[in-house]
Design a binder for this molecule. Structure first.
Ligand code: HEM
Length: 513
């Protein structure tokens, strides 16, 4: 029998299966040995499984254990930990400028799919492409535009405060302090009308639920990115990429967005000037260098991003602030004394305090907001970038160009060198010293860092200074006993509070003397 025939005679189904299994096993062993001992990042410390496969971080992400696990690892291994075969997690905030410099490209972690197929600013990986597109969005999001939106925010905050009075103070009803005001404000500044969360007192159209349901896919797609890029080239793509036809998850928000845009285009058919100052209108009016409008797919992606990035995040910070003040009675009392004195002395408008007045006259209240943003960033996530040429020296070890590198705001904000020995504690006083506050602000990572920093930061800050202030002036929240304890959960890299059960009582409203 010839050699060929001998080989063919062995080609049974069992042998083929065995061969495949052996091939996969050998490849896996090769990957383990290579990544653990020969890869350039093998000089950095990290957990065994994390350093040889991305499945380790994906698994923790899915189990909602990624944040505590990697935080513990930074305590064990120091300021740089290898958390995937190709990704270094840095916990030292002074490294932020080197990681997030202006030419740093985002990595494949920002793969599109979980939020739809078209790239928004958030997903654009090349810093050059991003810079070209960010120009179009910079105007609408600029501080002067946001200042013009302040009266819109005032209307929503007023509505919300009234609604709370009607629905909860008069009945004494227990409720789960939620994001409703934040969602209505975002739709007001984004599309010129509230979603109606406050009005209806419910999660309209299941949008919040849809967002939360979409988070595990967001986290997984990103963490398994070389693999998910490949899957997107196969027939399985249709199961990975969110689309408006989906019954749950991000599809719900996409349908909602499409309805809003369709309505706006219809309205524009009857008149060219709707007198709108919302973000949707500014995107529709934006023109490229050669005078062309932005494509509808791109506008849709940006508008979805406003919904995804703007509402839940601010709502979560608001919830966190309630939580910290409920659990730090002394801080709450000091904050309220400052607020009441400022109203009595005519330093802030007694009906609706304005953004500039708050910043100027309520230092301790402002410190409480900043401390909440430090302690509880609503995206306690990884934000990876590629190290660019010629590579990066990290505490005597070399990370070559192309290495993926990231910080995580939740971890960086607990750095004791920058934020103090009590960095794990909620202590707004740390912000009361101007010199110290300047340094801490420099390394605050809640809104990202560098050229890709959050575009909606001014909108969020205005909302976070005004909304909680009005709430605390009008109402005193009380924790509810006999309900599950409030818990900060992180899904797919996005955090939110579960079980923020409170009752509220009306406070006697302080007036100007
Ligand atoms: C407390 C509230 C918010 C937090 C903590 C937050 C956080 C962030 C972070 C961390 C990034 C950068 C991500 C990265 O480096 O990959 C980002 C980007 C972005 N955020 Fe926010 N955000 C908030 C509110 C908002 C609001 C209210 C809007 C819109 C109305 C918004 C719109 C955006 C946009 C458009 C980007 C992409 C910017 C770019 O890549 O050029 N965000 N946000």
């Amino acid at each position: 029998m010839g050699l060929g025939e001998q080989v063919l005679s062995q080609l049974t189904l069992a042998n083929v299966v065995l061969g495949c299994v052996a091939y996969v096993a050998l490849k896996f062993i090769y990957q383990i040995v290579y990544y653990r001992f020969f890869h350039p990042l093998s000089v950095f410390p990290g957990p065994f499984w994390g350093s040889v496969t991305r499945l380790w971080i994906a698994w923790h992400n899915l189990n909602e254990t990624e944040l505590p696990t990697v935080y513990d690892l930074t305590k064990k291994y120091g300021p740089v930990v290898r958390v995937t075969p190709t990704l270094l997690l840095v916990s030292d905030p002074t490294k932020l400028p080197e990681i997030y410099h202006r030419n740093a490209d985002k990595t494949g972690h920002y793969i599109t799919g979980s939020f739809g197929e078209t790239e928004s600013l958030f997903n654009m990986r090349s810093h050059k492409t991003h810079a070209a597109f960010r120009k179009h969005a910079a105007g609408p999001y600029s501080f002067s535009s946001v200042k013009r939106m302040e009266p819109l925010l005032d209307v929503r905050i007023r509505d919300w405060c009234n609604k709370l009075g009607e629905k909860y103070v008069s009945t004494g009803e227990v409720f789960d302090f939620s994001w409703y005001m934040a969602y209505d404000i975002i739709s007001e500044v984004g599309f010129g009308a509230p979603f109606g969360f406050v009005e209806k007192g419910e999660d309209v159209g299941g949008l919040i639920q849809g967002f939360h349901d979409g988070l595990p896919a967001f986290g997984l797609l990103a963490r398994l990115h070389p693999f998910t890029s490949w899957i997107k080239t196969t027939f399985l793509k249709k199961y990975l990429v969110a689309k408006p036809e989906d019954d749950s998850g991000i599809g719900v928000l996409m349908r909602f967005r499409d309805g809003l845009i369709e309505q706006r285009l219809k309205d524009l058919e009857s008149t060219n000037d709707l007198g709108r100052i919302d973000l949707l209108q500014t995107f529709l009016e934006a023109r490229t260098e050669d005078g062309q409008p932005l494509t509808m797919d791109y506008i849709k992606a940006e508008i979805l991003l406003v919904l995804l990035a703007g509402a839940d995040t601010t709502g979560t910070v608001f919830q966190a602030m309630i939580y910290y003040l409920l659990t730090h009675q002394g801080v709450y009392e000091r904050m309220m004394e400052e607020v009441d004195a400022a109203v009595r002395n005519g330093l802030i408008n007694e009906e609706m305090p304005q953004y500039a007045e708050i910043q100027e006259n309520l230092p301790f209240f402002v410190a409480c907001v900043r401390e909440t943003l430090r302690m509880c960033p609503p995206a306690p996530n990884i934000f990876p970038r590629y190290v660019s040429e010629p590579g990066l020296n990290l505490y005597g070890k070399f990370a070559p160009a192309g290495t993926e590198i990231t910080g995580n705001p939740w971890i960086m904000h607990r750095d004791q060198e920058i934020f103090g020995k009590d960095a794990e504690e909620f202590n707004p006083d740390r912000w009361m010293n101007a010199e110290r506050a300047k340094i801490m602000n420099k390394y605050l990572f809640t809104f990202g860092y560098g050229a890709r920093v959050c575009l909606g930061r001014d909108i969020a800050m205005m909302e976070l200074f005004k909304g909680p202030l009005q709430f605390f002036r009008h109402y005193k929240p009380h924790p509810v006993h006999g309900k599950p304890e409030a818990k900060f959960v992180v899904k797919g890299g996005v955090g939110y509070w579960r079980d923020m059960w409170v009752t509220i009582e009306k406070r006697p409203l302080v007036k100007a003397a």
